[in-house]
Design a protein. Sequence first.
Length: 472
Amino acid sequence: MSQKILIIEDDHDICQLLKRFLTKHGFTILLAYNGKQGIATALDEKLDLILCDFRLGDLDGFEVLKRVKDANPDLPFIMITGYSDIRVAVNVMKMGALDYVTKPLFPDEILLTIRKALNSDNVENKENSTRIKKSSIKENYTFGNSPQSKSLVNQIELVAPTNYSVIIYGESGAGKEAVAQTIHMKSPRANHPFIAMDCGAISKELAGSELFGHEKGSFTGALNTKIGHFELANGGTLFLDEVSNLPYEVQSSLLRVVQERKVKRIGGTKEIGLDVRIIIASNENLADAYKKGKFREDLFHRFNEFSLDVPPLRERDEDIMTYAYLFLKSANQELKRNITDFEDEVIEIFKKYPWYGNLRELKNVIKRSALLSEGNKIQVKALPFEIANFSKLQFPENNHEVMLESNILPIITQIQAEKKEESLNLKVAASEAEYELIMKVLKQVNFNKSKAAKLLYIDRKTLYNKMKSYDI
């Protein structure tokens, strides 16, 4: 008998799309177009899971979640929230939601979240419900056996028990957040919140609000009181990724909070005492950044009590297959596959490829290839074109300002020509070309998103959204 899911969403088109998609994957789907209808259905029907939008026409997600949990505390409940609405994410998980997904919605992501929820241990989830999200590589993260990895582990063991602020340097996707979370889990703060914030993904206007919170009515659009990251992390660890992207004026406010260990919400008068360990990460040297006037020198010295470097994957090639098998195991669990190994040629390609996107790229490649491979091994034909044919797609080293017209576009033309026989679908071809172009530019600038957005003539937010849609 198929598992029954109730979707509560006031957008009829989204409801129908999700219903068609999930029905194809063997679920029985019930629909409710407002909160009251959803609560009534949840009380009348025997359900396996609820997927509910936070913003409904009549009720908000908090009320629906409360009413459902009062009647059936063990029913898995997944909330759909706005992009990066961290306040909602924290509160719904505190109230008993098993997980959340953010808009824009991606069917494959929703499917994986639903499958994990239906197979999860609710008791374990309740014990960890104060966490904003569970990192896919949390405290059981594997560091590998290379000398570089062993050195990194020794540094983590040394600094974790202290209360030092830490700067983590490393390229995008190298595992900086995993290192930060490992430091937290090995510290006396392990049973308190670990709150992560990507400073590069938040607009200048919202950065202060995300960090410090705001009071209702403190500025246009402040419809509710918002708890900032510092308050959420109180007693635990606050991790600030790509910290050099914070606007200079926000850095000034951040300095005061770090010095005084007190925070005042925007528009508020009450000072809130803080006990927070701060770990920051950057893919550029902050000492160079302050010399260029991009980062406050006094803030740098406040943070620079201890620093460590996460080496890129290409500098610890002994670890590549260790991670590859780890990610293959994870992909098998998520995709319900039983792939046990890699073709010999795939292993050779993996060892020679420079992995510009580091662990994140390797993980995504394996997940995609596990879905496309036939039999019990990852096949060469299932690898992304740019990896299987890396020798054809190399760029001049140390030349980040190469013009797109002379270097990128001919490659895209080549890719399209080679794929022409595979598909004559215009929409698919355009999507593939866009994906390849974004990947090539990101690699050309060593995954510096600001430079990539500039070369692509789009803003950072658009680039982030496209990267998320292509699972980059």
